[in-house]
Ligand binder design. Structure first.
Ligand SMILES: *Cc1c(COP(=O)(O)O)cnc(C)c1O
Length: 231
């Protein structure tokens, strides 16, 4: 089998999982956007996925994403950035990203705003929420979401898109996704257009869709296992 056949089979299986989960939740599959997380995989895979109909891709490290996005600039896919982000990388990340899922502090929003204005590129921002108080994985505490939303929506060049979370490691994801849904619900009361709920990965997309995810971020189930990266 060629790499393209492999990816096509994986994509069919993932789309099937999404469709089943939507059906079980009484939702339409059109409500859930599949984002292919292509980190550690080459630009040639992004190209094949785009040929197979994938419209959204995500990366988590600027160093790797910047050259990959440049190589794929002709594909017309939407680029998502889902990794922890340092303010000094804002300019680079904004040059190729359409959506940032990992905005978790006001200082980062300020840096992204400046970069988006400079690049004359509107930038959609999701607030990453920390649901397990785990240090080191990023995310704002739930009580910080509202002030951060106010800061993003007031900032030039930024558009508040919604919320994102990663389920706690080694725990039942359901309570975390339900908590995220509540946070999204109260955010939408003030910001009705901030409807995006980015949640669910290869292992837990069904639970995330049941809890209302609008975007699932899928790596392994589409592209295969990643080699450990030494940082
Ligand atoms: C790597 C990554 C994913 C994809 O994870 P898989 O388990 O491979 O599907 C999703 N979200 C974020 C933030 C990631 O870093």
């Amino acid at each position: 089998m060629s790499r393209k056949d492999d990816l096509a089979a994986n994509l069919r299986a993932v789309r099937e999982r999404i469709a089943k989960a939507c059906e079980a939740a009484g939702r339409s599959p059109g409500e859930v956007t599949l984002i292919a997380v292509t980190k550690t995989f080459p630009a040639s895979d992004v190209r094949l996925l785009a040929e197979l109909g994938v419209t959204d891709v995500a990366e988590n490290r600027d160093q790797e994403a910047a050259p990959k996005a440049a190589e794929c600039h002709d594909l017309g896919v939407t680029w998502h950035f889902v990794g922890q982000l340092q303010t000094n990388k804002a300019r680079s990340v904004v040059s190729y990203s359409d959506v940032i899922h990992s905005v978790d502090r006001a200082r980062l929003a300020t840096a992204l705003s400046r970069a988006a204005v400079g690049a004359e590129r509107p930038l959609r921002c999701l607030i990453q929420v920390s649901l397990d108080e785990a240090e080191g994985r990023g995310g704002a505490d739930p009580e910080e979401v509202r002030p951060l939303a106010d800061a993003i929506s007031a900032a030039d060049g930024l558009e508040l898109g919604g919320v994102m979370a990663v389920a706690p490691l080694g725990a039942d994801p359901v309570p975390a996704f339900e908590r995220l849904a509540q946070i999204s619900h109260s955010l939408c009361a003030s910001y009705p257009s901030a409807k995006t709920v980015s949640a669910g990965m290869s292992a837990d997309m069904e639970q995330a869709i049941a809890a209302g995810a609008t975007h699932v971020r899928v790596g392994t189930a589409l592209l295969g296992g990643r080699r450990a990266i030494v940082r």
